[in-house]
Design a protein around this ligand. Sequence first.
Ligand SMILES: Nc1ncnc2c1ncn2[C@@H]1O[C@H](COP(=O)(O)OP(=O)(O)OP(=O)(O)O)[C@@H](O)[C@H]1O
Length: 443
Amino acid sequence: MSQQLQRDDPTGEETLIEVEGLKKYYGGDGVLAPPPVKAVDGVDFEIKRGETFGLVGESGSGKSTLGRTLIRLEQATEGTVSFDGTDITELSGKDLKHWRRNAQMVFQDPESSLNDRMTVGEIVREPLDAHDWKTDRDRRERVRELLEKVGLQEEHYFRYPHQFSGGQRQRVGIARALALNPEFVVLDEPVSALDVSVQAKIITLLEDLQEELDLTYLFIAHDLSVVRHICDRVAVMYLGKIMELGETEELFNSPSNPYTKSLLSAIPRPDPTATIDRITLPGTPPSPRDPPQGCQFSTRCPAKIRPEPYQDLDDDVWEAIERFREIVRERTRVELSITDRVKRRTGSFSKHDDIEEAGADLFDGVDGPASVEEPIERALERVKAGHPSEARDMLREEFGGVCDNERPEHYTVSDTGRKSYCHRHSDEYADVEARLGRETRGE
Ligand SMILES: Nc1ncnc2c1ncn2[C@@H]1O[C@H](COP(=O)(O)OP(=O)(O)OP(=O)(O)O)[C@@H](O)[C@H]1O
């Protein structure tokens, strides 16, 4: 049942960008370096010509990095990005410079992305100069034309960004991005920094420009209502991975992935009597330097699959185990000083002694079988001795199921080709709905 995301093309529309196995890691070079930050950790998808493709997810999930890597502002660590059939991760020198005209970016914060010492005319003109575009006179003419296109006036040419409102500055940013007539534009939170009334105007402008200039957009956003309004398809990211990808309305109306469900359940609804249960995620997202071994979402997933021996364990006990594992994982993030390490070696380490209390709080009044107590006790001792990573691994071995240990596949979950990254879509397990329904009904 597994397929790569880019293989299916139910719409038959033309592909502009095809992404395969794309990874972008930061750091991690050298023997003594800490592990790399896995900002984008293996994504596959395609963007159709003329569409607006949305990218959503919590802060730090890798959206901006993915956008930047698609247009070669970052060099991919692994994988390919084909633009109209050319693998742009391989381009260099003149070929890269020439290709850059095709793909541009509009940034979130028009305040800091525009050089305050240059006039608006100079800012918009800069890419034309850099690419030696036609003559001086043509460039000036082009800038005037662009200012008009984005709703600014000719007299704005000689003004400076600080003389403009946030919305006007973003118009300048858009004019600059369009200067070289790109086919593809990455819009990285283009309206997040603006007042709501201004947001609507900029969104309308972007839609009009798309229509007029046949643009293809990658639209990165936190605000899900804006995404729902503007995007044809959406990909939901978590910890460098695409959790679900599909047509916007369908994905918003009937999400399949537990992460998408929890993300969408947090949107305030116009009808307060609507019976959508809010899913509150426990814990914090793991560090992208040390992502979970199995599904990226496994440490917080409300639909996580339990291992066979614990299928019938009391829910309260299971919940306490999961929370205890979270606390132990948090301890693995604590950096130890040299003194701490010496103390650890001499057996006088006490920094993590409070784990005892946390464990007592969690398991107090919870009646678990001896088979649970014993591994918890062993883990407590390892944490206290200053080895939380060992405790974490022991706990995973004992209580970890398929979600903790194996990366899921992307399953096709609808007739339109929507994909979701979750073990529960396999026939072997109860589906997400069944599990979350049970959870919210308190069964
Ligand atoms: N140049 C860099 N060097 C090291 N780590 C980086 C760099 N750029 C991004 N990261 C890390 O990569 C991860 C993904 O960051 P990214 O900015 O792509 O996420 P995001 O989803 O766009 O978040 P936000 O919505 O806050 O912008 C984060 O952990 C971030 O700290």
